[in-house]
Design a protein around this ligand. Structure first.
Ligand SMILES: Cc1cc2nc3c(=O)[nH]c(=O)nc-3n(C[C@H](O)[C@H](O)[C@H](O)COP(=O)(O)O)c2cc1C
Length: 168
């Protein structure tokens, strides 16, 4: 099967929008918009994030051993666009978008997200163009407000502000 057909199919798989961040050994931050993130295990608390091998995060995460997954709220679309490279900014300059702090483990954590997970890198698998990062969650920052998440599906940013419809 061709990659175009695959891409067209995957556009139908809507997902929560995150910014995966890390930091290099000189303290320089990097981050990218990612939907290829999911929960892995509750014991130990862990998650999976898939990043392109050519990306800024892939270049530093194995040496730093830490990363963070920032799950964006619906009003943070502009930050998602910056970290998807759409503003053409250098990796450190992207952090002018949003209110960023260093997490306890060092990886950048964004204020106002639905939730941000700090992770210690437990394992890395290479497959095709991507690295599969397995992170042991070391800290969870949950925003007290019940904010709705930012979603990406069918090639567009979406929100889930409407209540689910009752089953017929
Ligand atoms: C909605 C959306 C989801 C994305 N998901 C991923 C992803 O899961 N993994 C990934 O490596 N890149 C993903 N990308 C692409 C990266 O955000 C983009 O290539 C970014 O510029 C890479 O960062 P870098 O320039 O610092 O390497 C996504 C882009 C968008 C717009």
């Amino acid at each position: 099967m061709g990659s175009e057909e695959f891409r067209a199919g995957m556009r139908k798989l809507a997902g929560g929008v995150t910014i995966v961040t890390s930091i290099d050994q000189d303290g320089r931050r990097c981050g990218l918009t990612a939907t290829a993130v999911c929960s892995l295990s509750t014991d130990p608390p862990s998650l999976v994030a898939c990043v392109n091998r050519a990306s800024s995060v892939a270049a530093v995460v194995e040496a730093s051993g830490v990363f963070a997954v920032n799950v964006l709220a619906h009003e943070q679309q502009a930050v998602a666009e910056v970290f998807a490279g759409r503003a053409g900014l250098a990796r450190e300059d992207r952090f002018a978008a949003g209110d960023w702090q260093h997490g306890a483990g060092g990886a950048p954590v964004l204020a106002g997200t639905c939730v941000s997970f700090e992770c210690a890198l437990a394992e890395v698998k290479e497959f095709g163009t991507h690295l599969i990062l397995i992170g042991r969650v070391t800290k969870t920052h949950v925003t007290p407000e019940d904010d709705s998440p930012l979603i990406y599906g069918n090639g567009a940013f979406l929100t889930t502000t409407s209540a689910p419809q009752a089953a017929a």
